[in-house]
Design a protein around this ligand. Structure first.
Ligand code: G
Ligand code: G
Ligand code: MN
Length: 567
């Protein structure tokens, strides 16, 4: 650097100094401040910094600022983060742990600002606010948030984090779900002391048996163990409990334990899956009489994994329009005309393959997605019905519903919105409800109210799977139904089983006596068709008269029908 240039920088530095002067005065009162040069050496400090850090100016000036960071892995990582940023002359802000001269840790919120004069780096200002109290409070809150107060074990929240950490670092482990089945019969209700004694004894047994493992309490009487030990070892815990019964007041306590095991990564590959698979195994163990720790078979493990994959992919599939409605014709027995289309949900996924409704609907219900799924199908069906009407080949569409969609509360608004949006008249929409649904609606004013409102709008209702549910017909008087659909369970053995034949005859007559339209479902061949015809059944739906099919195929059928009627 020539003389002129040096002079320029010094002048700039002076100007800078004075500009900062008053600003620094203000900061000085509130913050710990020091300056470092471009090598990271400490140039200057204020008094607050010296008070907190325990350094004297004589000792600290000229030392590398890395002395402020603890000599630990985290400390070094923090230091590197800050330093890398400052070396590229960009400011850094964040919370870091610092140490005093004698090694006492304290938290600060650090703002590090490289001060420039033009392109020249003058120094870096390190401004720190003490965060130790906040940190202490936060750590205390975290420990409360992470531990079960009765046992001191981790809670479910912390367990999730721990397990996910193991999974991320690809560490093999066994997930053991344990439950004391007879927990509540082991002490008098309200005897908190006895309850805690039993808990602590049980926890002690777990800790003695499962070495090098992590334990969590995940329910009143439920625990989880993350252990590197194998499943055969986990199963042995029951024998250990037999041989070393847990004690209270010198007497053995007859705990009955059941459990489920799932291994990472052999059985399941995520925490949710491990929890689900082990919980299902545990419930089955309990159902089979308890006193058993067991795991699911390979096919069952796969079923759990598939179920959760369905749950995970469903929202995306709904958004992308991967879920469609297929349509199956209902055919009038006297005229042979298609008089309605039942909309049936279909989902073909690249990984999952064909997700059948029987699989999909229960998952959607459990995952709280049934309303979204139902609305999606109803909207597609209503739009289709409006199109057919426009073309002059209109038939009503019939949509399946789940009682949970109505329990969500806004079903009426939702359906009205759909009909408005799709320009589908209410008379072209039929909703199928199950007997179970009708039975519950009869007792629940809120459900009944919704059915009535929709019925008043002109929407019709069909009772699906009739005869297979509840042998209670009281709802027939109050629930607004216009149609019954006799379930395929009956129809399948109709022509071969005389008793079933008489039941179907009876169901048809029963329906007619109430003035209802009767449809038979699952009609697969001519013999059944003929027998139903003799019974006086009004319409059929089944493979014999048409399988569920995509909309365009159904449209062709309707066009052909319209053509043949013109001729
Ligand atoms: O098409 P499939 O036979 O696989 O249908 C099985 C079951 O799924 C049937 O009982 C049918 O009522 C139900 N289902 C089909 N589509 C829907 C739908 O969109 N919503 C609801 N809630 N159930 C449906
Ligand atoms: O429960 P619900 O009635 O909504 O179920 C109708 C289901 O029955 C449809 O999913 C359809 O796939 C199926 N289905 C339709 N026709 C036949 C048939 O002729 N035989 C059998 N086994 N199933 C049928
Ligand atoms: Mn149906």
């Amino acid at each position: 650097m020539d003389n002129n240039r040096r002079l320029e920088t010094e002048v700039a530095a002076d100007r800078d100094q004075s500009a900062f002067g008053s600003l620094l005065d203000g900061l000085d009162k509130k913050f710990m401040i020091y300056k470092i040069d471009s090598e990271g050496l400490i140039l200057d400090t204020n008094t607050r910094f010296l008070d907190k850090s325990g350094w004297t100016p004589k000792r600290v000036l000229g030392k590398p600022f890395k002395i402020m960071f603890p000599d630990t892995k985290d400390g070094k990582a923090d230091l590197m983060k800050v330093w890398r940023r400052l070396r590229s002359l960009r400011p850094w802000q964040g919370d870091v742990l610092q140490v005093t001269k004698t090694g006492e840790p304290y938290w600060v919120s650090l703002t590090a600002i490289p001060v420039m004069s033009g392109t020249q780096h003058l120094y870096t200002l390190m401004i720190e606010a003490d965060r130790t109290e906040e940190r202490k409070l936060r750590e205390k809150l975290e420990s409360i948030a992470y531990t079960d107060p009765d046992t001191g074990l981790m809670n479910r929240h912390k367990l999730t984090e721990e397990a996910e950490q193991l999974i991320q670092t690809d560490r093999h482990f066994t997930f053991v779900y344990l439950a004391i089945e007879n927990f509540h019969s082991l002490f008098d209700p309200g005897d908190k002391e006895a309850e805690n004694r039993i808990l602590s004894e049980f926890v002690h047994s777990m800790k003695v048996y499962f070495r090098n493992s992590r334990f969590a309490r995940i329910g009143m009487n439920e625990f989880a163990v993350l252990t590197p030990l194998g499943s055969w070892f986990a199963e042995g815990f029951l024998q250990f409990l037999d041989e070393h019964p847990i004690q209270s007041d010198m007497t053995g306590i007859p705990v009955r334990v059941s459990g489920g095991i799932a291994k990472f990564p052999d059985d399941q590959q995520s925490f949710k899956h491990l929890l689900s698979a082990s919980s299902i195994a545990r419930h089955r163990a309990m159902r089979d009489g308890g006193g058993l720790i067991t795991s699911l078979s390979k096919p069952e493990q796969r079923a759990v994994a598939r179920r959760l994959r369905i749950e995970q992919k469903l929202p995306g599939a709904l958004e992308e329009g991967a879920i469609q409605a297929f349509y199956q014709p209902q055919v009038d027995m006297t005229t042979g005309r298609i008089i309605a289309a039942e909309a049936l949900v279909r989902w073909e996924d690249r990984d999952l393959g064909n997700v059948r409704p029987a699989e999909l609907i229960p998952v959607a219900e459990d995952a709280g997605l049934i309303s979204a799924l139902g609305a999606h199908v109803i909207e597609a069906a209503a739009r289709q019905a409006a199109n057919w009407k426009q073309e002059g080949i209109g038939v009503p569409v019939s949509c399946n519903t789940s009682v949970r969609e109505f329990r969500a509360g806004d079903m009426v608004t939702k359906i009205r919105d759909i009909l408005t949006r799709t320009a589908c008249p209410p008379s072209l929409l039929e909703l199928e409800i199950t007997e179970k649904f009708a039975f519950e609606a009869e007792a629940e004013g809120e459900l009944m109210h919704q059915l009535k409102l929709l019925h008043d709008d002109g929407i019709t209702f069909a009772l699906d799977d009739f005869g297979t549910g509840y042998a209670s017909f009281r709802y027939m008087q109050t629930v607004p139904i216009q149609k019954i659909k006799i379930g395929e369970e009956f129809i399948a053995s109709f022509s071969t089983n005389e008793k079933v034949g008489r039941i179907v005859d009876g169901l048809v007559r029963f329906g007619h006596s109430l003035g209802l339209f009767v449809v038979a479902e699952g009609v697969e061949d001519e013999a059944v068709y003929q027998a139903l015809s003799i019974s006086g059944c009004d319409a059929v739906q089944g493979y014999h008269t048409g399988r569920p099919m995509p909309a365009d195929q159904f449209t062709r059928l309707l066009r052909e029908q319209a053509l043949s009627e013109k001729n």
